[in-house]
Design a protein around this ligand. Sequence first.
Ligand code: NAD
Length: 347
Amino acid sequence: MASKKDFLKETIKHIDIKKHNVVKLVDDMQNMAFSARDLNRAARIYDMMLNDKSCAIILTLAGSIFSAGLKKVVFDLVNNNMVDAIVSTGALMIDQDFFEALGFKHYIGTPRSDDNLLRELHIDRIYDTFIDEDELRVCDETCAKIFDGLEPKPYSSRELLQEFGKYLDKNGGPKVDDSVIYAAYKKNVPIFVPAFSDCSAGFGFIIHQTNHPDKHVSIDSAKDFLELTQIKLNAKETGIFMIGGGVPKNFTQDIVVAADILVEDASMHKYAVQITVADERDGALSGSTLKEASSWGKVSTTYEQMVYGEATVVLPLIAGYAYHKGSWKERKPHEFQKLFIEEKQTA
Ligand SMILES: NC(=O)c1ccc[n+]([C@@H]2O[C@H](COP(=O)([O-])OP(=O)(O)OC[C@H]3O[C@@H](n4cnc5c(N)ncnc54)[C@H](O)[C@@H]3O)[C@@H](O)[C@H]2O)c1
């Protein structure tokens, strides 16, 4: 009889953009066509964002990209002052980043699996990647433990993600050296997860709220939107770097409209890049073009670029290009987390 150990052998290794100087490769794509030329323009626009002293950069994340080996790329962007705020799905931040910070791994698997056998062995599959379901349960329970330790009241997801960073800090630090939550905590980069219950944290919430039916921690989703809008209002210019689509994409684009409701003539996002596999023909959000977003007053069309490709291939090239160009070395960190901490202290 097969055992778990037969399947969970080889771990996913996160790609290290610092090791690969892709500047010349990406530069030469400028004289090609199709996706290569789009990718080149997207990389140059991201580099422009980093060179623009007045621009705050918001990174949006969707898809199962951390379990696929892209976690260190995002860690390097945070650690090297190449992003100022993150808007993400919960799966990426909790089920994948926090999960690995607890010492658990993602494993190389195959889509040609016997999924019934995997179910029997408590192994979950994400296309060609395996996860130990029992370890995910520990992650759920750790979320509940974190909520148990907080004052019972509604929180924004940013406040809760900050608490996750604090938890790692108080418990000997993350068990890996590339935790995005921990790096963001240390660098005062706020992380927003607009659908925070739709992941391991949601399981933590139901454990916590069932055990504390009268007084408990809950999510204030409107506060998330207001806080992210406050970042927009605080920054002179903004650029958005979107990996995949989904809720993080729309949430981040909508803060322009929100800012415009709160003050007169709020500026659109000056720069916008999106990597996506979604098609514009389905009329849905994930594939809607940035050109289309400009009709809603969300994105300026001067510096926008869609790249149609899968993120595990495209992101290391764009992020690697910007890293090796080195424009980030001259950037001052925005440290938007302080905006909320200082606001609280003066209240
Ligand atoms: N993905 C998971 O493994 C997972 C696990 C648990 C919970 N969830 C929850 O499900 C919800 C949806 O999240 P999601 O991550 O599945 O996003 P999603 O499937 O809604 O992604 C949005 C879009 O992004 C694009 N995209 C996704 N992966 C891409 C890639 N590798 N390259 C290029 N484009 C890509 C696609 O167009 C996709 O339609 C979230 O609330 C999340 O927390 C997801």
